[in-house]
Design a protein around this ligand. Structure first.
Ligand code: EPZ
Length: 431
């Protein structure tokens, strides 16, 4: 296992580029299963989760070539229809092969993703969606078994207790591309990753409109073709680098970003006092020594992203007041609080709101990463804390950030990756 050793107190300065979006690459790689023809996906980040998705494709009998951020998928004649427990249990997002395999093969067997450290993550909307398209679904031996001789178009409302679902929207949209008739998804997720997926599907020959709005219409076609596509930049990585620059009172330019995907995050950082200048695909951010407390509520896009909640909380630890951070997407996503409090933060939990009382400073400490975004928050806290911080179990961060320590080093941070003598605990890693 590995850990990060961080010496805090350096101001981040310089220019850094953003990688392709993990949460776009995963469903887009799954979508290649809808065609017999090869597809080429570019700007794919080199991440643990992407490697897991490639393993799932290969396990289905698909040929996959990868190198230099390009993945070529040759799905011709793949014979398997199963995504096994041993892979799905390491990455929940594996569920997004369900729709494509079902639509292409008429039968799909995908391990039920089970529980997750960030909270209950039911899949009722995924099942509701494919049932509406005519699939018979059963849960057997821990697997979702879905079958349908011929899927048909339908109108399906995909709203859950916490609003829209990104991957349920993706699954139903992908399955609907090869159905007979028209499918209307109501209360669809509007995330940029859904638009990127729809753009790729359209390049494959699908007929889709309304992506990016709560109502998506898909007109089924008989077959889809191979296509080339370049993945959008990762808005969560961009947001994470923005917060890191702000808390270290830094001066950083982020290149290759899509600022329009970060409206809520940029707005809240400005409210806290950061200076942010957007210029095309560049974002220039200037931090400050102390910043104002800001209240945040996470919501589906275009609201404030839940995947930025932990990182923003780390920043709110260093204000001259009290911030309230409310989770409306994953009400229990607060496992990072105890580790931040170990660094001297003062955070209390009230239901699904965290009350963050600003402190003069954080102090470095050994802390443990628990999930992808929580680990990013601990790295940010380590960058600004006094002294040495050791963040263990960084395999979590490797799931979603490409070479994060090299990017931070290039901005002047004092951070290094080291082997730790901890043994790797098996667990469901979420995502
Ligand atoms: C996607 O997960 C992202 N993952 C998550 O990012 C992100 O946190 C999440 O969207 C919300 O923005 C990928 O894109 C790979 P949801 P997804 O279905 O699609 C409830 C990261 O850090 N729900 O939109 O699985 C659910 O419990 C990861 O990169 C149902 O009730 O999330 C949650 O409360 C973590 N029934 C809410 O909807 C369902 O069938 C939103 O979840 C499905 C979801």
């Amino acid at each position: 296992m590995e850990k990060f050793v961080i010496k805090g107190g350096r101001r981040l300065r310089g220019t850094v580029s953003v990688s392709g979006a993990k949460n776009s690459a995963l469903p887009i790689l799954a979508a290649t299963l809808l065609s017999e023809e090869p597809s080429e996906i570019k700007n794919v980040p080199n991440l643990r989760d992407v490697n897991t998705m490639v393993k799932i494709l290969r396990n289905l009998g698909v040929r996959v070539l990868m190198g230099n951020g390009i993945i070529r998928v040759e799905p011709r004649g793949y014979s398997q229809c199963e995504a096994p427990y041993k892979l799905v249990s390491t990455m929940r997002a594996s569920i997004c092969v369900l729709g494509p395999i079902l639509a292409k093969k008429g039968f799909a067997k995908v391990s039920h993703p089970g529980g997750c450290i960030i909270g209950p993550r039911p899949i009722d909307l995924h099942i509701k969606g494919i049932k509406a398209l005519g699939a018979g679904v059963s849960i057997e031996g821990g697997y979702i078994c879905a079958k349908a001789k011929r899927l048909h178009g339908a109108t399906v409302y995909l709203g859950g207790a916490f609003g829209s679902s990104v991957l349920a929207t993706a699954n139903v949209m992908m399955a609907a591309t090869l159905t007979q008739g028209t499918t209307i998804i109501e209360n669809a997720a509007c995330e940029p990753e859904i638009c990127d997926l729809a753009d790729f599907l359209v390049k494959m020959g699908a007929k889709i409109k309304g992506q990016g709005t709560p109502v998506i219409e898909i007109y089924g076609v008989k077959r889809l073709f191979g296509a080339e596509h370049t993945i959008i930049p990762d808005r969560i990585e961009t947001g994470t680098l923005l917060v890191a620059a702000v808390v270290t009172n830094g001066e950083v330019e982020i290149k290759g970003a899509k600022p329009e995907h970060l409206g809520a995050v940029i707005d809240k950082l400005r409210e806290a006092g950061a200076k942010i200048i957007v210029n095309g695909n560049k974002i220039k951010v200037t931090g400050r020594k102390r910043f104002k407390p800001v209240n945040v509520t996470t919501l589906p896009y275009p609201g404030f992203p839940t995947d930025m909640q932990a990182q923003f909380m780390a920043a709110m630890c260093l204000t001259d007041g009290i911030s309230v951070i409310t989770e409306k997407v994953y009400p229990e996503r607060f496992i990072h609080i105890s580790e931040l409090n170990r660094m001297g933060a003062q955070i209390m939990l009230e239901g699904s709101s965290a009350i963050v009382r600003g402190v003069p400073r954080l102090s470095g400490a050994p802390v443990m990463a628990s999930d992808l975004r929580a680990s990013a928050a601990l790295v940010i806290a380590g960058l600004v804390a006094k002294g040495r911080t050791e963040v263990s179990r960084i395999y979590h961060i490797d799931r979603g950030y490409e070479k994060i320590e090299e990017k931070l080093l290039s901005l002047g941070a004092e951070i290094r990756r080291e082997r730790s003598n901890e043994v790797h605990p098996p667990q469901n890693l979420g995502g």
